[in-house]
Design a protein around this ligand. Sequence first.
Ligand code: MLT
Length: 267
Amino acid sequence: MISFANGRAVGYDDVGTGVPVLFLHGFPHNRSLWSPQLGALAVDARTIGMDLRGFGESELGDAGLAGSVDGYADDAAALLDALNVDKVVLAGLSMGGYAAFAFWRRHRHRVRALVLCDTRATADAEAARRARVEMQALAAEKGSIAVANQMIPGMVGKTTRLKNPELVDELHRMMSLAPADGVHAALDALMTRPDSTPTLATIDVPTLIIVGDEDVLTPVKDAQGMHLAIAGSRLEIIAGAGHVSNMERPAAFNHILSEFLVSLTAQ
Ligand code: MLT
């Protein structure tokens, strides 16, 4: 489906009824990243997956050319307005988690709970920023497929690489299809995102942190750091999953998330 946020088209899916959960994908994904959740969790929840600006069916638009996590957060809020949803459980994976921190800073009254998946609070260090600029040059010269080629080894864990090559192919295809201007803008957003470490102590809603034990991009120690800093948060480590734990071990991921959603309605 298509809605409009701040004048630009936004692609989204809206499935099920119950507590609204908004899912934000990582880089360079699109909302299909969440397909194992949207169908399965729709029994107890209203699951909403959106394409961040410049990905999938969401337009980048002029204002989005220099990407920022604040822009992603404001688009999410505008989509919720368009759908008449006041508060959500906000789930973000990796870059989606960075956007979730921005959403918390800018629209915290709309957050019922947070689900931080395979993400980190810290900003890019200098070397990481340089690597983002190099990736922008690579994308400009050779297209998104070159970005997908470079990123795919770290995107999944070793168990998935060994046992589920179809999933690796599916992810590679998704990443290769990312529009070049969306990729460029997202790399701007990634390298300019602020350090969210000071934000962690301000989070006072139920928070679930999920990480794959084979995640090499945002490893377990990052998740443990967030867990220590967010009062009352819950940490779940999924065995045999890497950076896209929701796709690599969907049943385990959905079980953890469903239990969390049930715990919210019981409160
Ligand atoms: C992602 O999956 O969103 C990226 O790996 C995030 C990053 O590169 O920092």
